[in-house]
Design a protein around this ligand. Structure first.
Ligand SMILES: [Zn+2]
Length: 255
């Protein structure tokens, strides 16, 4: 290793969070001297992390169940394509990190790989109880989830229900602005496909009143937006691999 490379790594090592340091440094050594300053900036959102995990799982599953090398190769290539498509403008260092999904061989590799990605997770903005209360000013006795129990790295959106008022609340980071959506919920007490994560889970029917008004709408006109959503926000956040549906819902209520 050259003198300058060593110095760069040492400087970087000192400037970043201690929990990220070791993994970042290892990667820097692995990929040599490319993009040193940007390498350790978080760039993976929770739903993207879930998508990468799903693709990594599919590689490991194929290795266990498929014997045809051509099929295996196509699974590997497919996984790599889906993961790199998330970041079309990724620099070489990040691309190398992402492409490594196709080289996983064992469950242990998968676990290590997902751990290596953790320092790059962009956490959900660390909202306070006060900020959340301000999003729902009409709810004087707003019941809140225990924020101290949440690992914001694994949050794409916050959701919780208040049984007493039969209301459901969603909080989302809409391009840097934290927004809140509230609505009624009806328990379905059965499993089906969640509109946000698209997985087979226990759902509620969430109905929110749209704030949108058409030009000629009468004063008591309102449009209700209804969607089936995971009753458990934690489960949904572990599943979700795309936020398009969620953003569409939030947009249809707020904008
Ligand atoms: Zn869900």
């Amino acid at each position: 290793m050259g003198e300058s490379e060593f110095t760069s790594i040492a400087r970087l090592k000192a400037s970043i969070d201690s929990s990220n340091t070791w993994l970042c440094t290892l990667f820097l050594l692995k990929i040599k001297n490319k993009g040193l300053t940007s390498m350790c900036d978080p760039f993976i959102r929770n739903f993207q992390y879930n998508l990468i995990k799903n693709q990594a799982d599919s590689v490991i599953r194929a290795l266990r169940t498929v014997s045809d090398p051509k099929i295996l190769e196509s699974v590997r290539f497919g996984a790599q394509t889906k993961v790199t498509e998330l970041y079309p403008d990724a620099a070489d260092d990040r691309r190398a990190l992402l492409e490594a999904v196709s080289e996983l061989k064992t469950a242990e590799d998968l676990q290590k790989y997902m751990q290596e990605l953790e320092p790059y997770l962009i956490p959900f903005p660390s909202v306070t109880e006060k900020q959340i209360r301000r999003l729902f000013p009409k709810n004087k006795k707003l019941k809140l989830p225990d924020l101290s129990q949440l690992d914001f790295r694994y949050v794409s959106y916050l959701s919780w229900i208040d049984i007493a008022t039969q209301k459901m609340f969603l909080v989302y980071d809409d391009n840097g602005q934290v927004v809140g959506v509230e609505g009624r919920y009806t328990s379905t007490r059965k499993k089906s496909y969640c509109f946000a994560c698209n997985r087979y889970e226990e759902l509620v029917l969430f109905s929110a009143v749209s704030k949108k008004r058409t030009a000629h709408a009468s004063p008591d006109y309102y449009k209700s937006v209804g969607n089936y959503l995971c009753v458990d926000g934690h489960t949904c956040n572990k599943n979700i691999t795309d936020v398009a549906s969620l953003e569409k819902l939030i947009g249809s209520v707020l904008k």
